[in-house]
Ligand binder design. Structure first.
Ligand SMILES: Nc1ncnc2c1ncn2[C@@H]1O[C@H](COP(=O)(O)OP(=O)(O)OP(=O)(O)O)[C@@H](O)[C@H]1O
Ligand SMILES: [Mg+2]
Length: 704
């Protein structure tokens, strides 16, 4: 028996291709593996073939000889230097040693000279298919043998080849198993990827659809299914069914594109609207696709994504760009207009002041002037006043344009809401008058923290909306009422129309920028969004109530400023804007000729707070309602009710006011008039009147 304590020096030289040979050995992964019956059987066969007690399969490793299979020994490895077999791994072929003691190569070998006294050795190399000698199949005996038969050597070689075949089998089997595992692994990876892809696809905003061109059906991934508004069970639909979801107006376009895609294999990105489904608002999608080059089934792969927001943003941007351009233009124009406007305004003001003063001088110097001349001069003043109002309006518009152009508001200060409302009403008058009767009910309000431009812009938008809600041509049956009201410390402006009203579905959107139900030339849909911005900027609120077919009421609410909390400069500002009405006595002037009343008013307004009317009845109504005057100037000759009739009625209704009547006459007065004047000693003045005369008469009336 061999045992594993042999050690010596020397041994076989290394083969030239040693490192490749070692690699070839390692490839089989046989070293240090457990015994295998098939290989053990071969060693047994070899021992039988040569009638030896030992047969082994050895593998020549880098530093050792390892026994893969053994018959007749339990030795597992020995040092390579002690190896007999290492010689066999050299390219010499089969080695047969009949008696080692008489063989020059082995006589001194420790296993020959000493224990276990090897004498006979027959070994064939294990040659791999790529021609590496990785070990041996050999038979060993402690007794010398006779010369070996050539056919036994052939058999030994065949058995060695069989060993290699066994090795190869294991190698290929192992490789196959690896491949299998790789396949399983890559399959699993594929499934994971597929799963991730599915997840990504359903989470993605882009939907995927597959078109089976032969069956003409479309399979939709979840996102695509959602985008097209198909129910969960409609994941594969016909082309006709798909078309139903597309807005009718866009169907032909998609049909055409799909037909073209069938020929070219490419569906160029196409933007269209979906609106056939349940949603009331059309949504924009972009659809595109391509026939896959890989022979996948179905081969046409498409994508679809929702671009509604994108289109809205684009549209908004375009509008904003346009508006920015308008703004720049407006700023430029505003600047250009403002210069000439300054001297036009000051010119008019100068001419008007000179004219007013001249009128007074003429009256004071000459006492009287001709009726016709006076009328002409008054006409000229009136023309200048109109021109002045015109320039004021232009100034405001330019101011607004420049404000608009700058895109931010003027400074805020205590502002009179009613004044802004009146201004806006004047501006809107042109549009309003053909559509409705305007009812104004303005209660004076404490100031609010705002500015006139902002407030005017706000009210103008609301008034124009009210007007536009009413068809023109039936003004007598429609009204737009504008009211102001103070509730606690809140100023409320209500604008109510009898127009078409707002649909319930539209109501939540009317403050959205660009939401409009109007034709392009009538509305951009920016009015209410601007109103909302202004109201918020001023710390107020806005609410809308509407009934379709009945009308709409918009209310704007602002916190008012408590005069006690007002900073000194604000009080000053307000004071400068209000005439000191309380210091002037109130007088009433009644004349059927409006220009005369106006001339009186102009002449006397620095002395009195003047109210005028062309109808005596109206004057009676006011007094009946409690109005009181320091003096009442009344023309004697009026077509509907004469001065005398007025006087008599007043005597009955309010005798203390009748005592304050001053009669105005264009010349002689006769009959009842003269009697009354003489009887009552009422003061009277002649036309055209003179300031001093009027003041004197007023003083007399107040003293009465
Ligand atoms: N008084 C109203 N009566 C009926 N509908 C109204 C009224 N006010 C607003 N709306 C509705 O609200 C929509 C939006 O109003 P908004 O003022 O913002 O825009 P617009 O009037 O359409 O256009 P723009 O004001 O920019 O010229 C209108 O198109 C209209 O449908
Ligand atoms: Mg509007």
């Amino acid at each position: 028996m061999l045992s594993n304590h042999w050690k010596t020096t020397g041994g076989a030289r290394l083969p030239e291709n040693e490192s490749l040979r070692l690699a070839a050995l390692e490839r089989y992964e046989m070293l240090d593996t457990p015994p295998e019956a098939a290989l053990d059987a071969i060693t047994h066969a070899v021992a039988r073939l040569f009638s030896t007690p030992i047969g082994v399969i050895t593998l020549i490793d880098r530093h050792r000889q390892w026994f893969k299979a053994c018959y007749g020994t339990d030795l597992r490895e020995i040092d390579r230097e002690l190896s007999f077999c290492a010689h066999v791994t050299l390219p010499e072929g089969v080695t047969v040693v009949a008696d080692a003691r008489s063989d020059a190569r082995f006589a001194d070998h420790p296993m020959v000279a000493g224990f276990p006294y090897v004498r006979f050795y027959a070994g064939a190399p294990l040659i791999t298919p790529d021609d590496f000698r990785i070990g041996t199949l050999c038979a060993i005996d402690m007794h010398p043998h006779d010369v070996v038969d050539g056919s036994d050597i052939d058999l030994l070689q065949a058995l060695a080849a069989l060993v290699i075949d066994e090795f190869e089998l294991r190698f290929v089997g192992r490789a196959l198993r690896h491949k299998d595992i790789e396949l399983v692994l890559s399959n699993r990876a594929l499934q994971t990827t597929q799963h991730a892809l599915d997840l990504a696809l359903s989470a993605s905003l882009t939907g995927v659809w597959l078109w089976d061109e032969r069956a003409d059906t479309i399979h939709l991934h979840p996102t695509a299914q959602r985008l097209f508004e198909f129910s969960a069970h409609e994941s594969t639909v016909s082309r006709a069914r798909l078309m139903e979801q597309v807005l009718a107006a866009d169907r032909a376009q998609l049909q055409g594109a799909l037909e073209q895609a069938q020929q070219s294999g490419y569906l160029a990105p196409l933007e269209l609207r979906l609106g056939g489904g349940s949603s009331s608002r059309p949504r924009w999608i972009e659809i595109g696709g391509e026939r896959s080059l890989a022979k996948s089934d179905p081969p046409f792969v498409g994508t679809v994504r929702d671009i509604t927001e994108q289109r809205q943003t684009q549209q908004t941007l375009r509008q904003l760009e346009r508006m920015a351009a308008v703004g720049m233009l407006a700023t430029g124009v505003g600047h250009e207009i403002n210069n000439p406007l300054t001297f036009i305004t000051s010119g008019i003001k100068f001419a008007r002041d000179v004219l007013a003063e001249s009128l007074e001088h003429i009256e004071m110097a000459a006492g009287r002037i001709e009726n016709a001349t006076l009328a002409e001069l008054i006409e000229a003043m009136r023309a200048l006043d109109d021109a002045n109002e015109g320039t004021e309006r232009v100034t405001t518009i330019v101011e607004e344009l420049r404000w608009f152009g700058r895109g931010h508001s003027e400074q805020l200060a205590p502002t009179d809401v009613v004044e802004a409302l009146q201004f806006a009403s004047r501006m809107a008058a042109g549009t309003l008058k053909h559509r409705a009767q305007i009812q104004c009910d303005f209660q004076a309000l404490p100031p609010v923290h705002a500015n006139k431009v902002l407030l005017s812009q706000l009210f103008l938008n609301l008034l124009v909306n009210a007007a536009q809600a009413i068809r023109p041509g039936d003004a007598t049956h429609n009204t737009i009422s504008v009211r102001t009201e103070l509730r606690d410390t809140t100023a409320i402006v209500a604008i109510e129309d009898t127009g078409q009203g707002i649909a319930e579905d539209d109501l939540p959107q009317i403050f959205d920028p660009f939401f409009t139900t109007k034709e392009a030339q009538e509305g951009t849909g920016l009015g209410l969004s601007t109103c909302l911005r202004i109201v918020r900027e001023l710390g107020g609120e806005i609410d809308v109530q509407s009934t379709l077919g009945v009308g709409t009421r918009v209310r704007v609410m602002f916190p008012t400023i408590d005069p006690n909390d007002m900073p000194a400069e604000s009080k000053q500002y307000l004071a400068s804007r209000r005439p000191p009405a309380e210091h002037r006595p109130r007088v009433l002037f009644i004349d059927d000729e409006p220009r005369i009343a106006e001339a009186f008013s102009r002449l006397m307004r620095r002395h009195f707070e003047v109210t005028t009317t062309t109808r005596a009845q109206e004057a009676l109504a006011w007094i009946g309602a409690g109005e009181r005057y320091a003096a009442i100037f009344c023309d004697l000759l009026m077509p509907q009710m004469t001065g005398v009739d007025f006087f008599e009625q007043l005597q009955r209704a309010a005798p203390e006011q009748a005592r304050r009547v001053v009669f105005v006459t264009g010349g002689a007065y006769t009959g009842r008039a003269r009697d009354i004047v003489e009887e009552t000693k009422s003061p009277f003045i002649y036309k055209p009147f003179h300031t001093d005369q009027i003041l004197e008469a007023a003083a007399a009336a107040q003293a009465a």
